[in-house]
Design a protein around this ligand. Structure first.
Ligand code: PMP
Length: 362
């Protein structure tokens, strides 16, 4: 068997070996068609089945109510930063945001290109090491929606509960934690995520959107950038990213076979506990970046006393088969991304490596 790395990449990220093997098995000849899924018409019955099955399974696993559409789009979550205000922000309204760090910032900057924005809460004063207090959100009366980033991939912070927004539509960028824990989808008007962390490979962006919001798109927006175009064509208005959708379907089956989303959350808790405990029991050698109240189950961010030691850690960990532990270039430090497909074995090995590194350098 090929040796697999301990893959802690932030995205694209680890995929389950079982999924990769199944894809390998059916790569050249899918379902007896004499061709791969990539070579097939997206209008063929075989592809349509793959497409619809992935959608149905996501609905089932994530508990998506029937008055929501599930769209498979392209352009990444970054395109949603623009599509959301284009479709849902009118000149008399304000797009409100909870400012939690790097990805919330990008979403706000993009919305500013299309209309008025407001920050309802921010943890800037704490250098984004936590999700801000949500009990006193400053949501303008004329808010079109409130946008949250459920998991800040770079800072390693995650909402443990979502705000109550009353009549104001709640929209969440769940790019880095979708399907990692059960979520009450009915609280949201829209949830979106690039697939390349928890759902599969890059190339497909999942948008879960309530039907009444789809109808709001102004008629002046480009056809491809309108939610109603994709909703009324089952995400087959144009050629979909068929291979990505197929692989996402395999990954969804994998989650189902392992007991679904609640079981996945427990697994993620067990995995991350090994690493957070190592940080907390290191007597200050390792320092977690996120405040314990906001720690992410997906991206564990930490520092060591000196940058020199951090560089040494990054280098030595690679020599031991650990990939992707250097923090994002914008914040430095170290980061272990522990998405759904990262194994307990990988996390155990990392915790042991961290303890050993401390022994040698502490
Ligand atoms: N939002 C979050 C929380 C992310 O982590 C990322 C990607 N790292 C994005 C948005 C951007 O996603 P994409 O690269 O798919 O545009």
């Amino acid at each position: 068997m090929t040796k697999r790395a301990y893959n802690f990449n932030a995205g694209p990220a680890a995929l389950p070996l079982e999924v990769l093997k199944q894809a390998q098995e059916e790569f050249v000849d899918f379902a007896g068609a004499g061709m791969s899924i990539m070579e097939m018409s997206h209008r063929s019955a075989i592809y349509e089945q793959v497409h619809n099955d992935a959608q149905a399974l996501l609905r089932e696993l994530f508990g998506i109510p029937s008055n929501y559409k599930v769209l498979f789009l392209q352009g990444g979550a970054s395109t949603q930063f623009a599509m959301i205000p284009m479709n849902l922000l009118t000149p008399d309204k304000v797009a409100a945001f909870v400012m939690t760090g790097s990805w919330a910032d990008k979403a706000i900057k993009e919305a500013k290109l299309f209309g008025q924005t407001a920050v309802a809460a921010s943890s800037a004063a704490d250098k984004f090491n936590r999700i801000p207090d949500l009990s006193d959100l400053q949501i303008p009366d004329n808010a079109a929606y409130l946008h949250v980033t459920s998991n800040e991939t770079i800072e390693g912070t995650q909402y443990s509960a979502f705000p109550e927004t009353g009549d104001v539509t709640l929209i969440a960028d769940m790019s880095s934690d979708i399907l990692s824990r059960p979520v009450d989808v009915s609280k949201f008007g829209m949830i979106y995520a690039g697939a390349q962390k928890n759902l599969g490979p890059s190339g497909v962006t999942v948008v879960i959107v309530r039907e009444d919001l789809i109808e709001q798109s102004p008629k002046s927006i480009a056809t491809m950038l309108r939610y109603d175009t994709h909703a009324s064509n089952n995400s087959l208005y144009n050629t979909p990213p068929s291979f990505s959708v197929y692989l996402m379907g395999l990954m969804l089956k994998w989650v189902q076979e392992r007991g679904g989303v609640a079981a996945t959350e427990q697994y993620n808790r067990d995995k991350t506990k090994l690493i957070y405990d190592t940080i907390d029991q290191s007597g200050g050698f390792y320092r977690g970046f996120a405040d314990p109240s906001s720690r992410s189950l997906m991206n564990i961010t930490f520092r060591i006393q000196t940058e020199e030691l951090e560089n040494q850690f990054a280098k030595e960990s690679e020599q031991h088969g650990f990939i992707g532990l250097k923090g994002h270039r914008s914040v430095g430090g170290l980061r272990a991304s522990t998405y759904n497909a990262v194994t307990l074995e990988s996390c155990k090995a990392l915790a042991e490596f961290m303890q050993d590194f401390q022994k040698r350098n502490g």
